[in-house]
Design a protein around this ligand. Structure first.
Ligand SMILES: [Zn+2]
Length: 194
């Protein structure tokens, strides 16, 4: 985590705030929460850039990063929310069908599966994504900001009063990954929630 709470890395960074070094922010989840609480009436947008460099071939369904919307206790059950039935999530991971790195996002009837890059050592990739969360309409829109294109719309998403947004980063022995928040300065990562 960078000192300004804008960059999350799967490696320790210079200036990492003390609570991260002490592991006080989350018990099991390898990531950080955003400082915004969602709720039934929330309409918000945030965007982030994902950059990764693979230095050891990925295998199985090795995770690179994820974004999860769920209750804090659900997010923090394990190091990722990949197999959680509740909430909303997006994962970038090695795909066991394509043998590539793919983006997956699913909720109710909407399922997105999109190849991003190779899964071999030497591969680098970056993408800019945006999430528009509208709890009143119960929708989440995922956009690719560099291409200004809509990746998918998730309907009938239930966003509860104490839901939070989390970013997770994984597999430091195989890859370098950073997630950089690219939204207004009022949205930060890793501020301890009340
Ligand atoms: Zn795939």
């Amino acid at each position: 985590m960078s000192a300004d709470h804008r960059v999350l890395s799967n490696k320790e960074m210079w200036g990492t705030p003390k609570q991260f070094l002490a592991g006080q922010h989350l018990r099991n989840y390898t990531g950080a929460l955003l400082n915004i609480s969602l709720g039934k009436d929330i309409v918000c947008y945030f965007q982030f850039k994902v950059m990764y460099r693979i230095f050891r071939n990925l295998k199985a369904s090795n995770l690179i990063c994820e974004v999860a919307i769920n209750k804090r206790r659900e997010i923090d059950i394990t190091e990722s929310s990949f197999f959680r039935n509740s909430g909303w999530s997006l994962q970038i991971c090695r795909c066991i069908d394509c043998y590539k790195v793919c983006l997956f996002a699913h909720c109710n009837a909407t399922y997105i599966h999109k190849s991003l890059s190779e899964d071999k050592a030497g591969t680098s990739h970056s993408c800019s994504l945006g999430l528009y969360v509208n709890a009143r309409q119960r929708t989440i829109r995922l956009v690719e900001t560099t291409k200004n294109s809509l990746v998918g719309v998730f309907l009938n998403v239930d966003i509860a009063e104490d839901d939070m947004v989390a970013f997770g980063v994984y597999n430091p022995s195989r890859l370098d990954v950073t997630v950089t928040l690219d939204s207004g300065s009022d949205i930060k990562m890793g501020v301890l929630p009340k």
